[in-house]
Write a protein that binds this ligand. Structure first.
Ligand code: ZN
Length: 205
């Protein structure tokens, strides 16, 4: 489990990144760290992109309805202006922000703030998501959390998008995606491709 480094003698802040697939508990871990900081009388601000309206406009909500109040922002630069009085800045669903979040996070850390960022490391195609890979490069501390593959019980690192839901946008509802291990994720993609080819051949008949 991640334990906070000591503040003593620390001249600047730092960046923590919590990443993983869907249903891996990223938001729960973010909420856990933020609640601990609040309990220690730190001034805590929490932000999320306003595109993420899954459950609630104002709260960072995890899949099990654990929540903490947050401010939705359209652009990550707004966080700089809004977080002047905070010691700790939490950012959820970071993958939906632009690449500018890397500079924003570093500016906040230089201003002495503890920055805790949670986000999907890969999209459903298995490609590094938005600013996440560069955030991982500049962070002091990285935690990769895993879900469990429902097909084989191994650790799940990938977010598999179920075939029937191909047209849906990327917001994670439980019935559109499932966490899968590397092998089951790959098997699923091969199977989907085969179904598509079969359908095409069927139409051609
Ligand atoms: Zn598996």
């Amino acid at each position: 489990m991640f334990l906070e480094p000591s503040f003593k003698g620390q001249r600047s802040g730092w960046i923590e990144v919590i990443c993983g697939s869907m249903f891996s508990g990223k938001t729960e871990e973010l909420i856990r760290r933020l609640k601990r900081a609040k309990f220690a009388n730190m001034k805590v601000g929490i932000f999320k992109p306003s595109v993420d309206t899954r459950y609630d406009d104002e709260k960072v909500v995890s899949h099990d309805s654990n929540y903490i109040m947050s401010q939705p922002v359209a652009e990550c630069q707004e966080i700089l202006k809004l977080s002047l009085s905070y010691n700790v800045v939490g950012i959820d669903e970071a993958q939906f922000f632009s690449e500018d979040l890397v500079e924003v996070a570093q500016t906040l850390a230089l201003r002495g703030k503890r920055v805790i960022i949670a986000g999907l490391d890969m999209d459903y195609r298995g490609i590094p998501f938005g600013p996440m890979p560069n955030l991982l490069a500049v962070a002091e501390y990285i935690t990769k959390v895993h879900a469990i593959c429902p097909h084989c019980g191994n650790l799940a690192t990938h977010s598999y998008r179920k075939a029937a839901e191909e047209s849906r946008v990327l917001l994670g509802e439980k019935d559109s995606y499932e966490p899968r291990c590397r092998t089951c994720y790959q098997m699923g993609n091969i199977l989907d491709l085969k179904i598509k080819i079969d359908e095409k051949e069927h139409q051609a008949d």
